[in-house]
Design a protein around this ligand. Structure first.
Ligand code: AMP
Length: 286
């Protein structure tokens, strides 16, 4: 496994495999790897000739009051985990390699980025502008055939699918299931922020989503599923930042389980940690 920090080294490392027609898989990450990241790396390893992992804590996707400085980092541990998962190449640029002096361009997807985490009362659309700008750059710099993302960040996946389609990036977007701890908590690098009490209460997020899934049935109102989830959160003393049912692809509100996949998404704060989780509920009007 090789680790490179510059675009020129990255291009040089990928030139030969590209010429040889090997498929290139890209797994973008902010590091501090857990089993969720590893599941993406292993899928890439199984499907691609060359596996590239980007490791970059992208300043552009953090708001002014957010956790950019505190975001957990451990390069050595990440390199070991990536190598064990079969990564061929880590691209770990410094910020000025990605955003050199005078950088002035943004990639922005409208609509989808203005709800849920993109609501100004939540992280706001600037968060997704940071994500789409850096992912567009990674797509150009790596030139992957396939890029892997986690369902854990469902809105991010929907936004990236739309960007890829709209800008004609010749890359297949693979979105893989959320990997969870045994008690249901979705794995996240930010789980390290939780103290014992918060860690225990945080299990209510996945329990709430399960309660919502159980309450869903073909033709039923999504509001009833939301109520079932809200009751579980209330019992754990959690006031969600948002808890909403939306069309899984278009992200517009959806009133009933009508056969289209419904995204049930939640965000809540636990001390320093802001956690998100979601489930896709597919109940046809059959
Ligand atoms: P991050 O390093 O948090 O930016 O995440 C890098 C990639 O891993 C993103 O595509 C995430 O959606 C994905 N990911 C994060 N947590 C999980 C998880 N628990 N299960 C599956 N994928 C995940």
């Amino acid at each position: 496994m090789r680790v490179v920090e510059t675009k020129s080294e990255l291009r040089e490392a990928l030139a030969e495999p590209r010429r040889a027609g090997r498929t290139i898989g890209l797994v973008p990450t902010m590091g501090y790897l857990h089993r969720g990241h590893v599941s993406l790396l292993e899928a890439a390893r199984a499907e691609c000739g060359v596996v590239v992992m980007s490791l970059f804590v992208n300043p552009a996707q953090f708001g002014p009051g957010e956790d950019l400085a505190a975001y957990p980092r451990d390069r050595d541990r990440d390199a070991a985990a990536a190598e064990a998962a079969g990564v061929d190449l880590i691209y770990a640029p410094q910020a000025d390699e990605v955003y050199p002096e005078g950088f002035a361009t943004e990639v922005s997807v409208s609509g989808l980025t203005e709800v849920l985490c993109g609501d100004p009362a939540s992280r706001g659309p600037e968060h997704f502008r940071g994500v789409t700008t850096v992912v567009a750059k990674m797509f150009n710099d790596v030139g992957p055939d396939v890029a892997y993302f986690g369902q854990k960040d469902a809105q991010q996946a929907a936004v990236i699918r739309r960007m890829t389609r709209d800008l004609d990036f010749p890359v297949r977007i693979a979105v893989l299931p959320t990997i969870r701890e045994e008690d249901g908590l979705a794995m996240s690098s930010r789980n390290v922020y939780l103290d014992d009490g918060e860690r225990e209460r945080a299990t209510a997020l996945s329990r709430a989503l399960t309660a919502a899934s159980d309450a869903a049935s073909p033709g039923a109102r999504t509001a009833d599923a939301i109520d079932a989830a809200r009751a579980v959160l209330a019992e754990a003393g959690i006031q969600a930042e948002y808890l909403e049912a939306r069309d899984a692809e278009r992200l517009d509100p959806i009133e009933t389980f009508n056969g289209r996949p419904v995204l049930l998404a939640v965000a809540a704060r636990f001390g320093r940690a802001r956690l998100i989780d979601n489930v896709i509920i597919e109940k046809g009007a059959d």
